[in-house]
Ligand binder design. Sequence first.
Ligand code: NDP
Length: 487
Amino acid sequence: MQRFQLYINGQFEDGGGRFASIDPATGEAWADMPEARKAEVDRAVNAAEAALWSGPWANMTATQRGKLLYKLADLVAANAARLAELETRDTGKIIRETSSQIAYVADYYRYYAGLADKIEGAYLSIDKPDMDVWLRREPIGVVAAIVPWNSQLFLSAVKLGPALAAGCTVVVKASEDGPAPLLEFARLIHEAGFPAGVVNVITGFGPSCGSALTRHPKVAHIAFTGGPGTAAAVVRNSAENLASTSLELGGKSPFVVFADADLESAANAQIAGIFAATGQSCVAGSRLIIEASVKDRFLAILKSRAEAIRIGEPLDMATEVGPLCTERQRALIEKTIDASIAAGAKLVTGGRKLGDKGFYYAPTVLDCDHVTSPSVETELFGPVLSVLSFQTEEEAVRLANDTQFGLASGVFTQNLTRAHRMIKRIRAGVVWVNTYRAVSPIAPFGGFGQSGQGREGGLAAALDYTRTKTVWVRTSDDPIPDPFVMR
Ligand code: NDP
């Protein structure tokens, strides 16, 4: 079995315990993982705090920090194939997706490398004579970055990039499911030459490792990606250290198709929107909201596309959909689909486990029109599309917003004015019009409601990792008068 280590204070170590990581394509253990417990969390946070206040990182210019980030970006690009293979092996996400995503992760580090010396303070035109007053932007402090198992290199880059550009130090916690790529990435941090303690990479279980990290008194900011239930626990923990939080959570994103849309093109986007990453994507377009007059036609296209998908070995470049990451996830999907069918939903395609090894589930389309189907409300994090139809634009808006989440959304129409009305009325952090699933380091990303708060990506994300210090300087040489002598 391949063996991985934690990375704490510039050293690789075994951790307080060990656990096996399961290959989702076979259901069998393939790697031996280190477990960080409270003692390792403590050492990682203490190392991050020490590096924040003294030593080479604390004294580096922003331009030098940017250069280190550029070096890291180059190393990610050079090692993308190896990291992609590890991610595929450990999470089941198919190799064509991990390869292209990790190559793009390098661009996220490049973007924040360039931003490092463009984080500016401000000069204030103060209402008093002989005073210079300005705001310094300083690193917010030690950051706890917590990611779920899907896309760990990508989800950590959107935290590490801006945090390091801003001068923070970081403890990254990889998920216990599929931590291999992030633990391996620590080797690139080391090779790039980040001083000891600046970035620490650990993994372990939520209640012991994650909880100890998020309530640690020296943590100043928690950048969390995961489910809303865990986010609530993280926010409760932050009541102990008063750390600020940014929360990137789940979704049940509406994919709205009007009858005037290019249906072939919309169907391609829908197939990618729900079946890419085997549906294990926070932005999965998992609720199709389709104009009734084209519903049958659109479902016929989706059914034939879904049934033609090549399902197979995640490490095979030809595979288009791989297994789910865990048996736990597959069990939730099965249970919810059974309950949805019992409530009256009709299977258009899929709805069953595949194969006798690994955690495969068939790409599934479920017609939920006029039914109270649990599949419409629950984030399934799997290849399951629930279909609802509408007669009017008003109804489309109502259905799109009928969710506790508000992460992403898609609108397909050729009608420009309608597109603009929909953009305004949909309650979601991202609206894609006649496209879906586009992301960029330049564009902020985040959600409303149960999908979280705060934005990742873009310039503002780097500012979120800073705090301001207000500086008052008296510029007069006149002595300060005795305050107790009346004039
Ligand atoms: P979880 O919320 O279960 O886990 C997320 C992370 O939190 C993991 O590292 C987990 O560790 C850790 N954790 C668990 N319990 C605690 C705790 N008490 N204190 C601190 N940390 C803890 O999410 P999943 O792994 O199930 O991931 C899927 C979820 O993530 C979905 O809801 C998905 O939509 C969301 N997501 C959101 C994205 C976004 O950008 N908005 C992007 C990708 C996913 P461990 O794994 O060891 O339990």
